[in-house]
Design a protein around this ligand. Sequence first.
Ligand SMILES: Cc1cc2nc3c(=O)[nH]c(=O)nc-3n(C[C@H](O)[C@H](O)[C@H](O)COP(=O)(O)O)c2cc1C
Length: 322
Amino acid sequence: MAIPNSLAGRLSVPVIASPMFLISGPDLVVECCLNGVIGTFPALNQRTTEGFAAWLDQIAERLAPAGAGAAPYGVNLVVHRSNPRLDRDLEVAIAHKVPLIITSLGLNRDLIKAVQAYGGLVFHDVTTLAFAEKAAAAGVDGLIAVTAGAGGHAGLLSPIAALAEMRRIFDGTLILGGAMSNGAQVAAARLMGADLAYLGTRFMATRESQAPAALHEMMLAGRASDIVLTPAISGVPGNFLRASIAAAGRDPDDLTKPAQLDFGTGEAKAWRDIWAAGQGIGGIDDIPAAADLCRRLAAEYETALAGAAAHSMRNGMPSISG
Ligand SMILES: Cc1cc2nc3c(=O)[nH]c(=O)nc-3n(C[C@H](O)[C@H](O)[C@H](O)COP(=O)(O)O)c2cc1C
């Protein structure tokens, strides 16, 4: 187990509210961080690098009064060649000394070194063991296993298998993502060897998320079987709400043609019309304030671990009747 020093003691529950395209912004990040959860957002959620810098200023200003009492925040940089803003956004992130950079869709050794040079952490999001090996060799601080059922771009691996194999090749911070909606599941992730859990879909269903009301309603009505895994929307396999695919005039059962990844303009259009979400929607029944969700996750997490300890004590005791 490996929680970096810069995170230790600053979390109320070992959770990252993961970055979500078009969904996460400063309000969600700040509320999470003030309540002991690492809040994050994709740099591309602002249309320009200047707008991204303005969000970073705003977040730093709103978290400053809490000092070390707030959890650190993070930013997702898409490292794919179709992202025309990577270099400029990275410069801005370095200038602001963003505590955590989450990279996805590509590895960049210079980026990793540049972030570590100012004391920042780089967690890299992977969907396969081959990508995990490459990222471990490149020197990332954390590996995020995005496993079966996760919202947005997702892997096919079982979380159980992914964690076991990744722990063999990596002794840094291990983060598990995919379909978790409550604190007991976070506790289960810890018991299986993860240091932190990575929850997106659950945080999309909060008041501070930028999700439209119709998306919230579709999530509350949906179950795991309402999620479709397809490369046809964004170019790599991702989980999307079946009903939103149909509402956009496409046939959820005939999505044969893969799209092209395009972080210039294409992705925004694709994700605005067709909504990403994970299989965890079946365990989501409300749209709470993010602060209340963080407190609830922490309470559920503690209860689950205490319950597990009590259970193991009972089973370890010699039988009084025998
Ligand atoms: C609506 C939505 C948008 C997402 N956008 C991004 C993104 O821009 N960058 C990224 O690295 N991951 C993105 N993800 C993936 C999440 O960061 C994370 O891997 C996933 O939400 C974890 O699984 P869960 O949703 O089942 O909790 C997105 C997920 C969702 C649901």
